[in-house]
Design a protein around this ligand. Sequence first.
Ligand SMILES: Cc1ncc(COP(=O)(O)O)c(C=O)c1O
Length: 366
Amino acid sequence: MSEEFNADNLIVSWVKELSPYVPGEQPQSQGWVKLNTNENPYPASPNIAKVLQEQVEALRLYPEPTSLELRKAIAKQFDLSAEQVIIGNGSDNILDMITRSFVGLGQAGHTVPSYSLYPVVVAMSGGDLLNIPFEEAMELPVEAIAKTPASVFFLTNPNAPTGVCFSLESIEAVLKKIKGILVVDEAYIDFGGQSASALLQSHNNLIVVQTFSKSYSLAGLRVGYAMASSKIIQVLDSVRDAYNVDRLAQAIAQVALEDRAHFQANCEKIIQTRNQSQAYFQSLDWFTYPSSANFLFTQPKNAQGESGPEVAASLFEYLKSKKILVRYFGSHPLTCSFLRVSIGTDNQMKTFNEGIESWLKQEQQN
Ligand SMILES: Cc1ncc(COP(=O)(O)O)c(C=O)c1O
């Protein structure tokens, strides 16, 4: 071993300063009610089992590099051409391709709070990230976004972690004014809100990103996609890893996409449970943002009717001690007195509600 060699001296300066993405906890033990990472509580299309079996023999062969059949299927769904679609190893992979292609050492922007991966992909490429803050009302700051000099602006719609969705009109207003590319990250769009994909034909500075992770119950498969002008897709394709989506993932995602009845029933069930949970929070007099996603962002009150960071953190810890996991974002003033709760099955939500009730009782005794 060379004595002089020290890998630290070789690390690219911006990688040295990088704070890596911190995913929500994935407990490995059994018995958790897991409402912390916005996964779908229901299984994906039952048609997957057959295609999985068929693909096993073919695994010795490389996959089709550009995921052509899946791109065609998505294009058909959105009335686009396959040249307007690119597939990623999860939409996180797409966000990284966008940053590598159009940000590099330059500037990107995002609204705060939103998806915490944007700062990481921008930092990984050595770029700067401009923060456009939301006000408490969580309305889209159209003018502030339009004024940014960023070459790429990331907008999550419906937003995370609030679940609030923005109108197509407000998104179009941004598109008309912004100088760079607007990326509308629609990871949760199937649970409410209108997709900006309707604006693709009229705006060539738009990239719409969607995923199979949430509404198709396929977070473990890692398939996401972007839709944009063929020109933009061509650029993204030039930085795509050669075989970025494996053979099983391509085939399974296509089958899931084509099972419209399963998809629709799944989304409807989540929306119904979300509405029940929203009503439950309302019955407790907890402020909750109106959600168009598969989660709710709610401000808990203790038995004395108080809210705040201590109250939210106390409920988070209490639920965790009962093996109920939700998400707490303690580091931002607009999020620190809230909890984000992914929508589970009715049974999981019942256990969650019981957890709240026993926390309130315990609080009352203290
Ligand atoms: C807003 C947003 N975008 C993208 C993703 C990543 O999705 P994928 O699983 O497709 O990488 C998530 C995951 O939670 C998300 O919340």
